[in-house]
Design a protein around this ligand. Structure first.
Ligand SMILES: [Zn+2]
Length: 262
C-alpha cells in the first residue's frame, strides 16, 4: 500500500532535529511522497531546500493569509521566483482565514488572488487554506477561474454539500487528523467532517497530515508526522465502508495527478 502525504510542514522548526527519523518512519508506513508546504518566505525557501535534499520530498511555496497585512513585496517576489523550481509542485498555502483574520478580509483576498495568478502562470496547482472560509474561497476560485488552476482545498473546513460543489468545480479536498476525532459528548449529530469524508467523490480526495499540527487518534495532542497518514486513510475507509487499499490507491493516484509527482 502506497500513500502520499500532500500537506506536511516538515520545513517547520519542530522537525529540525530528527527529520531523518521522521522520514524513516514515513517510508516504513508506506508513505512514498510528501509535499512540504511553505507558509511564508523563509519557510518556503526551507521547503524547497529540503525537497532538493530528500528524495521523497516535494515543495509548495506561498504566504499564509494571516500574513496578508504584513507581507512585503520582496517576500512575494521571492515566492514567485521559487515557484519555477523543478521541485516545487504547488503554490500555497494561501487563501482565507476568517477564524482569526476576518477583520482584514480584503487584504487576504488580494494576497490569495496574486497566488491564483501565479499558479496559472507557472501551471501548478494552488493549495488553499480555508479556515472558517470554505464557501468564500470556493466563490472566489469560481469567479477567478478554475480552468487553468487546479485547486486543493486543504484541511477542508466546510460541510458535505460544499464538498460536493467543490468537487463539481474540479477542486480536490484534503482531509486530515480531525476525521479520526470522536464526536464530543455535547454533539447530537455526528461530526461534520465525517459527512465530508463520505461525500467527497473518491477521485477528488487527498490525504494530508498538516503536521506538526492536527495529529490523528491515537496520537492526538502530540506532534504529528507523515507516517500517521495511515490512520487518516484507515478512518476514511471505515467511514465509507471500503477497504483502506481502495482509499490509498485512489488518493495516491489523485496526488500524482494533481501535483505531477512521479
Ligand atoms: Zn498547513
Amino acid at each position: 500500500m502506497t500513500l502520499i502525504d500532500t500537506h506536511a510542514h516538515l520545513n517547520h522548526p519542530q522537525f529540525a532535529d530528527d527529520l531523518d527519523d521522521v522520514l524513516g518512519r514515513a517510508a516504513g508506513a508506506g508513505v512514498a511522497s510528501i509535499v512540504a508546504v511553505g507558509y511564508d518566505r523563509e519557510n518556503s525557501e526551507e521547503a524547497v531546500r529540503l525537497a532538493h535534499e530528500y528524495e521523497p520530498l516535494w515543495a509548495s511555496v506561498g504566504i499564509h493569509p494571516l500574513d496578508a497585512l504584513t507581507v512585503r513585496e520582496a517576500d512575494f517576489d521571492r515566492v514567485a521566483e521559487l515557484a519555477g523550481d523543478e521541485c516545487v509542485v504547488a503554490i500555497g498555502e494561501t487563501g482565507l482565514d476568517l477564524y482569526r483574520g476576518a477583520d482584514w478580509y480584503k487584504a487576504q483576498v488580494g494576497l490569495f488572488r496574486r497566488h491564483h495568478e501565479l499558479a496559472a502562470e507557472v501551471g501548478k496547482p494552488l493549495i488553499v487554506h480555508n479556515r472558517a472560509a470554505a464557501r468564500p474561497c470556493l466563490d472566489l476560485l469560481d469567479e477567478w477561474g478554475l480552468a487553468d488552476v487546479r485547486a486543493v482545498l486543504h484541511c477542508f473546513d466546510g460541510h458535505a454539500q460544499l464538498a460536493r460543489r467543490a468537487a463539481g468545480l474540479g477542486c480536490f479536498i484534503g482531509l486530515d487528523g480531525p476525521v479520526t476525532f470522536p464526536p464530543r459528548k455535547s454533539d447530537s449529530d455526528e461530526p461534520t467532517i465525517w459527512g465530508i469524508a463520505r461525500a467527497v467523490p473518491l477521485e477528488h480526495l487527498l490525504l494530508e497530515t498538516d503536521c506538526p499540527w492536527l495529529a490523528p487518534v491515537p496520537y492526538r495532542g502530540r506532534r504529528n508526522e507523515p507516517a500517521y497518514v495511515t490512520y487518516i486513510a484507515a478512518h476514511i475507509a471505515e467511514l465509507r465502508g471500503i477497504s483502506v487499499e481502495e482509499v490509498a490507491d485512489a488518493t495516491t493516484a489523485n496526488a500524482r495527478g494533481v501535483f505531477g509527482i512521479p
